[in-house]
Design a protein around this ligand. Sequence first.
Ligand SMILES: Cc1cc2nc3c(=O)[nH]c(=O)nc-3n(C[C@H](O)[C@H](O)[C@H](O)COP(=O)(O)O)c2cc1C
Length: 207
Amino acid sequence: MYSEFSAWLLLVAVGFAVLVAWNIIDVYVKKKKDINLHEGEEDWPLPDLGRTLIVYYSLGGKTRRLAQEIASITGGKLYEILPEREIKKAPFVYFSSRKYLNGGGYPLIVADLPDPNYYDTIFVGSPIWWGKAAWPLAAYLEKTDFQGKKVIPFCTVRSDYGSFFDDFEKKAKNAKMLEGEYFYNHSRKYDYVVRNKIRLWLNILEE
Ligand SMILES: Cc1cc2nc3c(=O)[nH]c(=O)nc-3n(C[C@H](O)[C@H](O)[C@H](O)COP(=O)(O)O)c2cc1C
């Protein structure tokens, strides 16, 4: 009886280790492809986006860095979405964020939200949590009417963006949606790859 239980335990542990190893390899391969695709130095010309705002939420800093890159390339203004109560980082956020997966009833975010009316183009970005936008971004979308302005979603991911772009389009009220883009959370030595990817993305944006 005891040895049967140990055998099952071992089997579960091995299965889990295989899954983790598979995931690590999968992420490595995806990131490598992304780097190969965007590391060439191309000075893609940029479209005229007019007055530009970059709204973002970031817990660990990756999305903030990306938003800052977008701002430095477009000359846009940054606005960071801040929850009223601090969100505890990993591992707590993995549990605390799960209850908001299906939307609604979000905790409060700081209320001085920017007025879309002042801008022509608004980028809106977030990390992916459980295949969706982090809840502070969803809370921002609930409170915002884009008043017909051009809106461009972006996100940072470890491996997959899940339903981020589909959800975004459904939730962004009165937005003139343009093509969004996702970015892997590469280390800083690949900042130049991220910059190339941003420039290419903006170069082929179509209204
Ligand atoms: C609670 C939680 C859930 C996550 N879920 C996903 C996911 O479903 N897919 C994914 O690719 N990355 C996922 N990640 C990884 C983050 O999206 C990724 O590391 C992101 O770049 C972090 O951005 P930040 O540093 O701006 O917070 C998750 C991270 C956290 C904290």
